[in-house]
Design a protein around this ligand. Structure first.
Ligand SMILES: [Zn+2]
Length: 553
């Protein structure tokens, strides 16, 4: 009799493989599943009024999986932002480190109350979640208390790095646990899933602590107020600014609700280990000389409602940018946001501020491993199989090639995109059948599928013409119309020569229809659409969206 086979394990990425953001990975075994991270991303095309993009969860909704846990690697929005959406659909316990759960509590309270079971993880604590044994691993990243995961499954050992860099001198003194990663490597890791964000960049990302002296120098040469803009979750950067400002005899003023909350959260959790009287609020700052103030603002990606954008537009209450102020944008410009950020920088310059950002000054250090650190990870873990995660296709492809050059066999390095799956069985890994993935768009309080984005884009790019005609229910004859209304196609009030001619053509076509005794609503609508499409295409070379309406009176 043959031995009982262990159940296979399936790796199902629903987001984050093929894009930066939207991270969500499902690991399944014997009808159980755990979810690692639930992130959002921002649409590249701003200006259509939509909010964030979320991963489409229909695969999970249609599966009969029992989801035992959602495990969060850290508190960035591209890892926790979709959690409120996910928790509306699945009542599942959420695991994360103390600070990550504090960020989650804030996100949940922003998006309305959800009854949720939050369970703290603290390395090296082990949790048995269904068939999975999960161990958090200390990593360093651009928000404190970040973890990777070792996941023991019936089919083998998986290591998931989360977002990481290997910072030799982390601000909080909590080191990247190279020893534990190496121990796991010695034990035998079947599959490594590793962060690819910086796979294009040679060398190492450098230590966060290198920024302190840069900030001190910049603060020292600023005659008036000093402003630093960074992600509000970057408590280590906030701490460095606070220390540098305090040493220079300045108070720190958080601007904007999210930044103020982060400071409060950092002080409460001990992550902002600075003198409490370092921070004052905006009202108190009014009584302090400009040269004794340093402001912290969010909005380093140019977000229109952020404190930084308000400073740029001079709509920030009580605080106005003046000659002699310095503004530092301490973050990477996320691709797709450059134009908005540049416009904020232009406005700040016009108001007389000196604005500093990379590469003008070394005012940012990335939280993601560069190629030397990625190699180091592979050498520590020595995985049998490798999958690059968290990146656009080019990042994943480069990271896969790096893994092959670092000694993982080519056939054992997989390049997966969202929806591609892997099956692990008895220590072997192969591709599985793909599953459906997609994106959901936040539209006000609603969630929409991307069809709505396409529709809104078409409305914006092409404009619309509405054609209305009233038909007698009794005789089937046209009583009034057609009336044409244009939005974004022909300027003016609808009496322009084009609109008059278009109306004339529609009327002529409807009369022909009428003469043939064929005047049902569907035919009238089709004829109006056809005629108007032809007219606007040949006369002005435009293809507006035509909305026909037949009123029966
Ligand atoms: Zn991150």
């Amino acid at each position: 009799m043959s031995a009982l086979r262990t159940p296979p394990v399936r790796i199902v990425p629903l987001g984050g493989l093929g894009e930066i953001g939207l991270n969500l990975l499902v690991i399944e075994c014997a009808q159980h599943a755990i979810i690692i991270d639930a992130g959002v991303m921002f649409p590249e095309e701003r200006g259509f009024g939509f909010g964030r993009l979320l991963p489409d969860l229909s695969y999970l909704e249609h599966s009969r999986l029992q989801i035992d846990a959602i495990i969060l690697t850290h508190g960035h929005d591209d890892h926790i932002g979709a959690l409120p959406y996910l928790l509306r659909k699945f009542h599942v316990p959420v695991y994360g480190t103390e600070l990550t759960l504090a960020f989650v509590r804030r996100a949940l309270s922003e998006e309305g109350p959800v009854g949720v079971d939050l369970r703290p993880l603290r390395p090296p604590m082990l949790s048995q979640l269904g068939p999975f044994g999960v161990e958090p691993l200390r990593v360093t990243h651009s928000t404190p208390d970040s973890i990777g995961l070792a996941i023991r499954t019936p089919a083998g050992l998986i290591v998931h790095t989360g977002d990481f860099k290997i910072d030799p001198a982390p601000i909080d003194g909590i080191q990247f646990d190279t020893e534990r990663f190496s121990q796991l490597g010695a034990e035998g890791v079947d599959l490594l899933l590793s962060d690819s964000t910086n796979a294009e960049l040679e060398g190492r990302s450098g230590s966060e602590s290198s920024l302190k002296s840069v900030l001190s120098t910049l603060i020292g040469r600023t005659p008036r107020r000093f402003f630093l803009s960074c992600f509000s979750s970057h408590l280590h950067r906030i701490r460095q600014l606070a220390e540098a400002a305090h040493e220079a005899g300045r108070y720190v003023v958080p601007l904007g609700r999210r930044m103020a909350e982060s400071v409060r959260l950092g002080l409460e959790t001990g992550q902002l280990n600075v003198a409490r009287n370092t921070f004052i609020d905006r009202a108190e700052a009014e009584f302090v000389e400009p040269r004794r103030l340093a402001f912290l603002t969010s909005g380093s990606q140019g977000e229109p409602l952020s404190a930084l954008a308000k400073l740029a537009n001079d709509t920030q209450p009580q605080v106005h940018i003046e000659e002699g102020d310095t503004v530092v944008l301490s973050s990477r410009f996320i691709p797709g946001n450059e134009r908005t950020i540049h416009s904020v920088i232009n406005s700040l310059c016009k108001r007389g501020a000196e604005v500093l950002y990379e590469p003008l000054a070394p005012v940012h250090v990335s939280g993601h491993a560069r190629r030397d650190e990625l190699r180091e990870m592979i050498h520590m873990v020595r995985p049998r199989h490798f999958v690059p995660i968290h990146g656009e296709y080019r990042h994943l492809a480069l990271h896969r090639a790096l893994a092959i050059r670092s000694g993982v066999a080519e056939r054992d390095c997989f390049l997966l995109e969202d929806g591609d799956t892997l099956v692990m069985a008895d220590g072997k890994v192969r591709r599985g059948a793909s599953v459906a993935t997609g994106r959901v768009i936040e539209d006000g309080e609603e969630f929409a599928d991307p069809g709505l984005l396409r529709e809104r884009r078409a409305l914006a790019q092409k404009g619309t013409v509405i054609a209305i005609v009233a038909v007698s229910m009794r005789t089937g004859k046209i009583v009034t119309g057609p009336h044409l209304l244009s939005r974004g196609v022909i300027s003016g009030d609808g009496t322009s020569s084009h609109m008059t001619r278009a109306r004339g053509e529609v009327l002529a076509r409807l009369k022909i229809l009428d003469a043939h005794g064929r005047t049902d609503g569907t035919q009238i609508r089709e004829e109006m659409v056809r005629t108007l499409r032809r007219y606007f295409s040949t006369s002005i070379g435009k293809r507006p969206i035509i909305l026909p309406y037949v009123m029966e009176v």
